[in-house]
Design a protein around this ligand. Sequence first.
Ligand code: SF4
Ligand code: SF4
Ligand code: SF4
Length: 422
Amino acid sequence: MPQVYNWQLGREMSYPYEARHPQWQFAFVFNINRCLGCQTCTVACKSTWTFSKGQEYMWWNNVETKPYGGYPQFWDVKALRLLEDANPGGQTWTEKAGDAKAPYGTYDGITLFEGAERRFGDDGSRRVLGYMPADDEWTAPNIYEDTPKGEKGVRNQFRHGSAMLPSHDTWFFYLQRLCNHCSYPACLAACPRKAIYKRQEDGIVLIDQNRCRGYKKCVEACPYKKSLYRGTTRVSEKCVGCYPRVEGKDPMSEGAPMETRCMAACIGKIRMQGLVAVNEDGSWTEDKSNPLYYMVKVAKVALPLYPQFGTEPNGYYIPPRWVPRPYLRQMFGPGVDQAIEQYTAPSRELLAIMQLFRVSRRIIFKYEIEEGEKVYETTINGKPWAMYNDTVIGFGKDGKEIVRTTVEEPLHVRPDKHANAI
Ligand code: SF4
Ligand code: SF4
Ligand code: SF4
């Protein structure tokens, strides 16, 4: 197989096609610490894209309770097991002071593409290790909702009493999921019809509904299980990245790129979606004034989900602070400790950027900060920390200001005439 560079793994890896990167990449950051599990995002997607016959069990966006929940059930445990079966005990990392090409160190294990190469040969019948979930694994998308980890792995046996950071004995968290519009999509690699493509203009991965013949190879190959088969049309479907909104073609957007339905609807203000510029070699163009670039590449506070799968997913997560670190490290890689440290005592710039979550439906391409007064000081983990009431300003693709807000949440006084209005 050709070799491509995967910066999340800090090394080259096998992939069935030569690398060809888009000019811009659809990407998002989710702050797991703030999610309410309200499923507003899930319903926003469903009521827009998957409310028709044959789509009843199709949830392009879902929010599952970890560690037990999953849609389909145990999707991640099963994908991890495929790696382990192909390379027992080998899924380890060499951590070193990371540069931009290997920010989390180097992954020494195998990816799902390399596992297939090892098992079926360079030109074998399968390009990706995968599995097909049974029908009943799709039927309960929110199974084990709010179910914490029990004692010694036994569900419903909980430790009572107080809990302290850095990790709780009894814990759960919400994991928000949609297609990662991967840089090296497993769905695309597995499709024998070449029906799946990645758009040059924004990196969104789509299935050509006319070319697809419903072989379900993408369903089997996608480790995140975000390509789904529709029985009524006999072809596969997946998240379309709300591309009309990203293109600025939604009637409400007045031509400006807008965030997707699931992002814009988020009640907990945990989601920020945007576009990052990509170089020819697939690296992100350095732009510290892009909020996504800052969070992922500079602060390294947001991490990819299961980077070891090898697809270079473009969804990034701020890990939950209360969850035991070994669990988080197998899910988000070795960057977990630094990410939690950054989030616990954020820099002045990071704290300001995090105020931009969900303050506009327009995509923010750039931010600026106007410095304000110090309003609070304390110590965090034994080190002095201060909060400043800075003003953060978000700009659209055209460079014009679209929003401004402050670190201290502004107080809005409702006029008398709207006393009972929402
Ligand atoms: S998450 Fe799955 S469906 Fe989406 S691009 Fe990646 S491999 Fe394809
Ligand atoms: S980006 Fe759009 S299509 Fe994809 S999960 Fe979100 S709402 Fe659904
Ligand atoms: S809308 Fe936001 S807060 Fe609610 S479940 Fe979805 S991601 Fe979480």
